[in-house]
Design a protein around this ligand. Structure first.
Ligand SMILES: [Zn+2]
Length: 414
Protein backbone atom coordinates (compact mmCIF):
# COMPACT_ATOMS: atom_id res chain seq x y z
CA UNK A 1 0.00 0.00 0.00
CA UNK A 2 1.50 3.33 -0.94
CA UNK A 3 2.11 5.45 2.09
CA UNK A 4 1.31 8.72 0.43
CA UNK A 5 -1.27 9.92 -2.01
CA UNK A 6 -0.47 12.60 -4.51
CA UNK A 7 -3.33 15.02 -4.82
CA UNK A 8 -1.19 17.81 -6.04
CA UNK A 9 -3.18 19.28 -8.83
CA UNK A 10 -6.23 20.47 -6.91
CA UNK A 11 -4.47 21.59 -3.78
CA UNK A 12 -1.50 23.06 -5.55
CA UNK A 13 -3.54 25.27 -7.80
CA UNK A 14 -5.83 26.47 -5.05
CA UNK A 15 -3.47 26.78 -2.14
CA UNK A 16 0.18 26.85 -3.11
CA UNK A 17 2.61 27.91 -0.42
CA UNK A 18 2.85 31.31 -1.98
CA UNK A 19 -0.80 31.83 -1.12
CA UNK A 20 -0.92 30.20 2.26
CA UNK A 21 -1.60 31.83 5.58
CA UNK A 22 0.94 34.51 6.17
CA UNK A 23 3.20 34.81 9.17
CA UNK A 24 2.09 38.39 9.08
CA UNK A 25 -1.20 37.26 10.55
CA UNK A 26 0.61 36.37 13.72
CA UNK A 27 2.18 39.77 13.84
CA UNK A 28 -1.14 41.52 13.40
CA UNK A 29 -2.46 39.33 16.12
CA UNK A 30 0.07 40.54 18.65
CA UNK A 31 -0.17 44.13 17.69
CA UNK A 32 -3.93 44.20 17.74
CA UNK A 33 -4.08 42.61 21.13
CA UNK A 34 -1.61 45.02 22.58
CA UNK A 35 -3.43 47.91 20.99
CA UNK A 36 -6.61 46.82 22.69
CA UNK A 37 -4.93 46.46 25.99
CA UNK A 38 -1.30 46.93 26.73
CA UNK A 39 -1.38 45.41 30.17
CA UNK A 40 -1.88 41.92 31.45
CA UNK A 41 -5.28 42.81 32.87
CA UNK A 42 -7.96 41.78 30.40
CA UNK A 43 -10.91 44.06 29.88
CA UNK A 44 -13.91 43.34 27.74
CA UNK A 45 -13.39 45.04 24.41
CA UNK A 46 -16.50 45.00 22.27
CA UNK A 47 -18.57 42.36 23.95
CA UNK A 48 -19.87 41.32 27.29
CA UNK A 49 -19.36 37.90 28.70
CA UNK A 50 -20.28 37.85 32.31
CA UNK A 51 -19.21 34.27 32.85
CA UNK A 52 -15.60 35.00 32.06
CA UNK A 53 -13.33 35.94 34.88
CA UNK A 54 -11.52 39.21 34.60
CA UNK A 55 -8.56 38.06 36.63
CA UNK A 56 -5.58 36.97 34.60
CA UNK A 57 -3.42 34.07 35.64
CA UNK A 58 0.23 34.31 34.92
CA UNK A 59 2.51 31.66 33.61
CA UNK A 60 5.96 31.33 35.06
CA UNK A 61 7.62 32.56 31.92
CA UNK A 62 11.08 31.75 33.21
CA UNK A 63 10.66 28.05 32.59
CA UNK A 64 9.61 28.43 28.96
CA UNK A 65 11.52 29.66 25.89
CA UNK A 66 11.16 33.28 24.78
CA UNK A 67 7.93 33.79 22.92
CA UNK A 68 7.77 33.82 19.14
CA UNK A 69 11.30 32.49 18.79
CA UNK A 70 12.42 29.03 17.79
CA UNK A 71 13.45 27.43 21.10
CA UNK A 72 17.08 26.68 21.85
CA UNK A 73 17.89 23.09 20.91
CA UNK A 74 20.82 22.84 23.34
CA UNK A 75 18.75 23.00 26.50
CA UNK A 76 18.63 19.84 28.62
CA UNK A 77 14.87 19.55 28.10
CA UNK A 78 15.13 19.57 24.34
CA UNK A 79 18.03 17.12 24.38
CA UNK A 80 15.94 14.74 26.44
CA UNK A 81 13.00 15.06 24.04
CA UNK A 82 15.27 14.55 21.05
CA UNK A 83 16.60 11.36 22.61
CA UNK A 84 13.09 9.89 22.62
CA UNK A 85 12.90 9.87 18.82
CA UNK A 86 14.07 6.95 16.69
CA UNK A 87 15.98 9.01 14.15
CA UNK A 88 16.68 6.01 11.93
CA UNK A 89 13.03 6.19 10.84
CA UNK A 90 13.12 9.87 9.91
CA UNK A 91 13.61 10.42 6.16
CA UNK A 92 16.76 12.26 5.21
CA UNK A 93 15.10 15.20 3.48
CA UNK A 94 17.04 18.48 3.39
CA UNK A 95 15.83 21.39 5.48
CA UNK A 96 13.94 23.74 3.17
CA UNK A 97 15.20 27.27 2.69
CA UNK A 98 13.15 30.07 4.13
CA UNK A 99 12.41 33.26 2.34
CA UNK A 100 15.06 35.90 2.75
CA UNK A 101 12.54 38.44 3.99
CA UNK A 102 10.68 36.05 6.29
CA UNK A 103 13.25 33.42 7.22
CA UNK A 104 10.99 30.59 8.33
CA UNK A 105 8.32 30.90 5.68
CA UNK A 106 9.15 28.11 3.21
CA UNK A 107 10.53 29.01 -0.17
CA UNK A 108 9.31 26.58 -2.81
CA UNK A 109 11.74 25.47 -5.52
CA UNK A 110 10.69 25.78 -9.16
CA UNK A 111 8.16 23.09 -10.08
CA UNK A 112 10.66 21.14 -12.21
CA UNK A 113 13.01 20.88 -9.24
CA UNK A 114 10.41 19.63 -6.77
CA UNK A 115 11.08 16.17 -5.33
CA UNK A 116 7.54 14.78 -5.24
CA UNK A 117 8.62 11.81 -3.12
CA UNK A 118 8.90 14.07 -0.07
CA UNK A 119 5.13 14.74 -0.17
CA UNK A 120 5.56 18.42 0.59
CA UNK A 121 2.05 19.74 1.04
CA UNK A 122 2.79 23.42 0.98
CA UNK A 123 4.86 23.32 -2.21
CA UNK A 124 3.51 20.28 -4.07
CA UNK A 125 0.01 19.97 -2.63
CA UNK A 126 0.75 16.40 -1.56
CA UNK A 127 -1.51 14.92 1.11
CA UNK A 128 -0.45 11.81 3.02
CA UNK A 129 -3.02 9.15 3.74
CA UNK A 130 -2.65 9.89 7.41
CA UNK A 131 -3.25 13.64 7.02
CA UNK A 132 -6.71 14.81 8.05
CA UNK A 133 -8.13 17.13 5.39
CA UNK A 134 -11.84 16.32 5.51
CA UNK A 135 -14.53 15.11 7.88
CA UNK A 136 -15.59 11.56 7.05
CA UNK A 137 -19.32 12.20 7.05
CA UNK A 138 -21.37 14.18 4.59
CA UNK A 139 -22.73 17.54 5.78
CA UNK A 140 -20.44 17.63 8.80
CA UNK A 141 -18.11 20.60 9.08
CA UNK A 142 -14.82 20.58 10.97
CA UNK A 143 -14.74 24.08 12.45
CA UNK A 144 -11.19 25.15 13.26
CA UNK A 145 -9.52 28.38 14.40
CA UNK A 146 -5.77 28.94 14.37
CA UNK A 147 -3.14 31.13 16.02
CA UNK A 148 -4.83 31.87 19.34
CA UNK A 149 -5.50 32.19 22.11
CA UNK A 150 -6.11 35.91 21.70
CA UNK A 151 -8.52 38.40 23.16
CA UNK A 152 -10.70 37.84 20.12
CA UNK A 153 -11.01 34.16 21.09
CA UNK A 154 -13.39 35.18 23.86
CA UNK A 155 -15.82 36.78 21.46
CA UNK A 156 -15.62 33.67 19.28
CA UNK A 157 -16.33 31.46 22.27
CA UNK A 158 -19.22 33.66 23.33
CA UNK A 159 -20.83 33.26 19.93
CA UNK A 160 -20.22 29.51 19.78
CA UNK A 161 -21.71 29.09 23.21
CA UNK A 162 -24.81 30.99 22.12
CA UNK A 163 -25.15 28.57 19.23
CA UNK A 164 -24.31 25.54 21.39
CA UNK A 165 -21.36 24.71 19.13
CA UNK A 166 -17.81 23.63 19.81
CA UNK A 167 -14.74 24.07 17.63
CA UNK A 168 -11.11 23.01 17.47
CA UNK A 169 -8.61 25.71 18.40
CA UNK A 170 -5.07 25.21 17.11
CA UNK A 171 -2.96 26.83 19.78
CA UNK A 172 0.37 28.64 19.44
CA UNK A 173 2.46 28.00 22.55
CA UNK A 174 3.81 31.54 22.63
CA UNK A 175 0.26 32.88 22.91
CA UNK A 176 -0.36 30.71 25.95
CA UNK A 177 2.36 32.68 27.72
CA UNK A 178 0.14 35.72 27.24
CA UNK A 179 -3.38 34.35 27.60
CA UNK A 180 -3.41 31.18 29.68
CA UNK A 181 -6.87 31.96 31.06
CA UNK A 182 -8.37 32.14 27.60
CA UNK A 183 -6.97 28.72 26.80
CA UNK A 184 -8.47 27.41 30.02
CA UNK A 185 -11.81 28.89 29.07
CA UNK A 186 -11.70 27.14 25.71
CA UNK A 187 -11.20 23.83 27.48
CA UNK A 188 -13.84 24.67 30.07
CA UNK A 189 -16.42 25.27 27.38
CA UNK A 190 -15.87 21.89 25.76
CA UNK A 191 -13.83 23.05 22.79
CA UNK A 192 -11.14 20.83 21.34
CA UNK A 193 -7.58 22.08 21.71
CA UNK A 194 -4.83 21.16 19.29
CA UNK A 195 -1.21 22.05 18.55
CA UNK A 196 0.05 24.84 16.30
CA UNK A 197 3.74 24.92 17.41
CA UNK A 198 5.64 27.34 19.64
CA UNK A 199 6.76 30.13 17.29
CA UNK A 200 4.59 29.54 14.21
CA UNK A 201 7.52 28.84 11.89
CA UNK A 202 7.28 26.75 8.73
CA UNK A 203 8.36 23.32 9.97
CA UNK A 204 10.09 22.21 6.77
CA UNK A 205 12.50 25.13 7.26
CA UNK A 206 13.56 23.84 10.67
CA UNK A 207 16.13 21.24 11.64
CA UNK A 208 14.96 17.97 13.15
CA UNK A 209 15.86 19.12 16.64
CA UNK A 210 14.14 22.48 16.17
CA UNK A 211 10.95 20.68 15.15
CA UNK A 212 11.07 18.65 18.35
CA UNK A 213 11.66 21.80 20.41
CA UNK A 214 8.77 23.63 18.71
CA UNK A 215 6.31 20.86 19.39
CA UNK A 216 7.39 19.73 22.82
CA UNK A 217 7.61 23.19 24.39
CA UNK A 218 4.16 24.02 23.11
CA UNK A 219 2.91 20.65 24.28
CA UNK A 220 4.39 21.32 27.71
CA UNK A 221 2.89 24.76 28.26
CA UNK A 222 -0.55 23.61 27.11
CA UNK A 223 -0.32 20.59 29.40
CA UNK A 224 0.89 22.75 32.29
CA UNK A 225 -2.07 25.09 31.86
CA UNK A 226 -4.82 22.62 31.02
CA UNK A 227 -3.61 19.16 32.04
CA UNK A 228 -4.18 17.99 28.47
CA UNK A 229 -1.60 16.51 26.11
CA UNK A 230 -2.39 17.36 22.51
CA UNK A 231 -2.93 14.70 19.87
CA UNK A 232 -3.70 16.75 16.74
CA UNK A 233 -1.32 19.23 15.14
CA UNK A 234 -1.72 21.65 12.26
CA UNK A 235 1.63 22.73 10.84
CA UNK A 236 1.77 26.52 10.32
CA UNK A 237 0.97 27.34 6.67
CA UNK A 238 0.28 23.62 6.19
CA UNK A 239 4.03 23.38 5.74
CA UNK A 240 4.84 19.71 6.07
CA UNK A 241 6.79 16.98 4.26
CA UNK A 242 7.62 13.37 5.08
CA UNK A 243 10.53 14.32 7.36
CA UNK A 244 8.29 16.54 9.48
CA UNK A 245 5.46 13.99 9.36
CA UNK A 246 7.61 11.22 10.78
CA UNK A 247 8.93 13.35 13.64
CA UNK A 248 5.39 14.45 14.54
CA UNK A 249 4.11 10.89 14.24
CA UNK A 250 6.71 9.63 16.69
CA UNK A 251 5.64 12.30 19.16
CA UNK A 252 2.11 10.93 18.99
CA UNK A 253 0.53 13.47 16.67
CA UNK A 254 -2.09 13.24 13.96
CA UNK A 255 -1.64 15.86 11.27
CA UNK A 256 -4.48 18.12 10.24
CA UNK A 257 -4.39 20.44 7.26
CA UNK A 258 -7.68 21.64 5.75
CA UNK A 259 -9.89 20.84 2.80
CA UNK A 260 -8.63 22.11 -0.53
CA UNK A 261 -10.36 25.39 -1.29
CA UNK A 262 -11.75 25.80 2.23
CA UNK A 263 -9.14 28.21 3.54
CA UNK A 264 -11.43 31.16 4.16
CA UNK A 265 -8.51 33.55 3.61
CA UNK A 266 -9.74 35.53 6.59
CA UNK A 267 -6.12 36.47 7.36
CA UNK A 268 -6.00 38.43 4.12
CA UNK A 269 -8.53 40.87 5.53
CA UNK A 270 -5.90 41.94 8.02
CA UNK A 271 -3.66 43.01 5.17
CA UNK A 272 -6.47 44.76 3.32
CA UNK A 273 -6.05 42.29 0.49
CA UNK A 274 -9.64 41.17 0.59
CA UNK A 275 -12.93 42.50 1.91
CA UNK A 276 -15.28 40.58 4.14
CA UNK A 277 -18.02 40.55 1.50
CA UNK A 278 -15.65 38.90 -0.99
CA UNK A 279 -14.94 36.09 1.45
CA UNK A 280 -18.64 35.67 2.18
CA UNK A 281 -19.37 35.44 -1.53
CA UNK A 282 -16.58 32.94 -2.12
CA UNK A 283 -17.65 30.84 0.85
CA UNK A 284 -21.20 30.78 -0.42
CA UNK A 285 -20.08 29.44 -3.78
CA UNK A 286 -17.96 26.80 -2.04
CA UNK A 287 -21.00 25.71 -0.07
CA UNK A 288 -22.52 24.80 -3.40
CA UNK A 289 -19.64 22.43 -4.10
CA UNK A 290 -19.62 20.67 -0.74
CA UNK A 291 -21.12 17.51 -2.22
CA UNK A 292 -17.87 17.06 -4.16
CA UNK A 293 -15.87 16.56 -0.98
CA UNK A 294 -14.73 13.00 -0.58
CA UNK A 295 -13.42 11.56 2.64
CA UNK A 296 -10.15 9.66 2.96
CA UNK A 297 -12.03 6.42 2.23
CA UNK A 298 -13.60 7.80 -0.92
CA UNK A 299 -17.09 8.39 0.45
CA UNK A 300 -18.90 11.73 0.57
CA UNK A 301 -17.37 13.80 3.33
CA UNK A 302 -17.51 17.24 4.88
CA UNK A 303 -15.10 20.16 4.81
CA UNK A 304 -12.47 21.13 7.33
CA UNK A 305 -12.15 24.89 7.15
CA UNK A 306 -9.32 27.23 8.08
CA UNK A 307 -10.20 30.33 10.10
CA UNK A 308 -8.37 32.41 12.69
CA UNK A 309 -9.52 33.64 16.08
CA UNK A 310 -7.12 36.52 15.73
CA UNK A 311 -9.05 39.76 15.68
CA UNK A 312 -12.55 41.14 15.89
CA UNK A 313 -12.60 41.22 12.09
CA UNK A 314 -11.95 37.50 11.61
CA UNK A 315 -14.34 36.60 14.41
CA UNK A 316 -17.02 38.83 12.97
CA UNK A 317 -16.57 37.13 9.60
CA UNK A 318 -16.91 33.72 11.19
CA UNK A 319 -20.19 34.79 12.75
CA UNK A 320 -21.50 35.37 9.25
CA UNK A 321 -20.18 32.13 7.77
CA UNK A 322 -21.55 29.82 10.43
CA UNK A 323 -25.26 30.60 10.02
CA UNK A 324 -24.85 30.69 6.25
CA UNK A 325 -23.44 27.18 6.19
CA UNK A 326 -25.93 25.87 8.73
CA UNK A 327 -28.77 27.17 6.61
CA UNK A 328 -27.40 25.06 3.74
CA UNK A 329 -27.33 21.96 5.88
CA UNK A 330 -23.77 21.83 7.19
CA UNK A 331 -23.34 21.01 10.86
CA UNK A 332 -20.32 22.72 12.44
CA UNK A 333 -18.42 20.74 15.04
CA UNK A 334 -14.98 20.31 16.53
CA UNK A 335 -12.59 17.94 14.79
CA UNK A 336 -12.78 15.25 17.44
CA UNK A 337 -16.53 15.14 16.93
CA UNK A 338 -16.28 15.17 13.14
CA UNK A 339 -13.76 12.33 13.25
CA UNK A 340 -15.70 10.47 15.97
CA UNK A 341 -12.47 10.30 17.93
CA UNK A 342 -13.44 9.48 21.48
CA UNK A 343 -9.88 9.97 22.74
CA UNK A 344 -8.82 13.23 21.05
CA UNK A 345 -5.88 13.87 23.36
CA UNK A 346 -2.84 11.81 24.17
CA UNK A 347 -3.86 12.21 27.80
CA UNK A 348 -6.60 13.80 29.76
CA UNK A 349 -9.92 14.00 27.97
CA UNK A 350 -12.58 12.23 26.00
CA UNK A 351 -15.30 13.10 23.57
CA UNK A 352 -18.57 13.72 25.37
CA UNK A 353 -21.94 12.47 24.22
CA UNK A 354 -22.95 15.87 22.86
CA UNK A 355 -19.75 16.33 20.88
CA UNK A 356 -18.09 18.59 23.44
CA UNK A 357 -14.92 17.51 25.20
CA UNK A 358 -14.95 16.23 28.73
CA UNK A 359 -11.85 16.35 30.80
CA UNK A 360 -11.14 13.27 32.88
CA UNK A 361 -8.50 12.15 35.30
CA UNK A 362 -5.55 11.40 33.14
CA UNK A 363 -3.40 9.50 35.56
CA UNK A 364 -1.07 12.42 35.95
CA UNK A 365 -2.65 13.77 39.11
CA UNK A 366 -4.34 16.62 37.30
CA UNK A 367 -7.71 16.07 38.95
CA UNK A 368 -11.00 15.64 37.19
CA UNK A 369 -13.02 18.20 35.39
CA UNK A 370 -15.90 18.21 33.00
CA UNK A 371 -15.94 21.01 30.53
CA UNK A 372 -19.28 21.28 28.86
CA UNK A 373 -21.06 24.19 27.24
CA UNK A 374 -22.90 26.15 29.87
CA UNK A 375 -20.77 25.01 32.78
CA UNK A 376 -18.58 27.30 34.78
CA UNK A 377 -14.88 26.80 34.68
CA UNK A 378 -13.62 24.91 37.69
CA UNK A 379 -10.28 24.64 39.31
CA UNK A 380 -8.59 21.59 37.90
CA UNK A 381 -5.25 22.00 39.53
CA UNK A 382 -3.26 23.23 36.61
CA UNK A 383 0.33 24.03 37.26
CA UNK A 384 -0.20 27.70 36.61
CA UNK A 385 1.86 29.76 38.95
CA UNK A 386 1.31 33.20 40.28
CA UNK A 387 4.86 34.13 39.69
CA UNK A 388 5.63 37.77 40.01
CA UNK A 389 7.24 37.46 36.62
CA UNK A 390 5.25 39.56 34.26
CA UNK A 391 4.97 39.18 30.55
CA UNK A 392 6.59 41.65 28.28
CA UNK A 393 4.61 43.29 25.54
CA UNK A 394 7.41 43.54 23.00
CA UNK A 395 5.47 46.22 21.22
CA UNK A 396 8.50 47.91 19.74
CA UNK A 397 9.81 44.62 18.41
CA UNK A 398 6.54 43.71 16.73
CA UNK A 399 6.09 47.11 15.13
CA UNK A 400 9.52 46.64 13.61
CA UNK A 401 8.60 43.22 12.28
CA UNK A 402 5.31 44.57 10.95
CA UNK A 403 7.15 47.20 8.98
CA UNK A 404 9.37 44.56 7.41
CA UNK A 405 6.43 42.28 6.74
CA UNK A 406 4.35 44.96 5.07
CA UNK A 407 7.32 45.92 2.98
CA UNK A 408 7.69 42.40 1.71
CA UNK A 409 4.08 41.24 1.52
CA UNK A 410 3.37 42.84 -1.82
CA UNK A 411 6.46 41.30 -3.34
CA UNK A 412 5.62 37.87 -2.00
CA UNK A 413 2.00 38.01 -2.99
CA UNK A 414 0.99 36.75 0.47
ZN1 LIG B 1 -1.32 29.65 11.89
Amino acid sequence: MPMFVQTGSAAATEEPARLLSSPISQIYHDIENHDINDTDEIHASSFSYSNLRQSHSRVNTVIYPPKDQIPDVNSPQVKAWVAEIDWSKVPNIPVAPGLQEIPHFPQCPPDDQLDLSTCWWSCAGCVAESDVVTCPNKNTWGLTYDDGPSLASRDMMYYLKEKNLTATFFIVGSRVLEYPDILKEEVAQGHHIAMHTWSHSGLTTLTNHQIVAEIKWSEKIIRDVTGLTMKYVRPPYGDIDNRVREILRQMGYTIVIWSAGWDTNDWRMLQNQIQEWEIVKSFESHLGTRDNITSSVGKPGGPVTLEHDLTNATVSLSKRLIPMAMEKGLTPMNLAHCLSDITPYQHGSKLGSNGALEKVTDGEGKGSFRGMPGMEEQDFKSTLTNSATTMTTATVFWWGILGLALLTSTTLGL
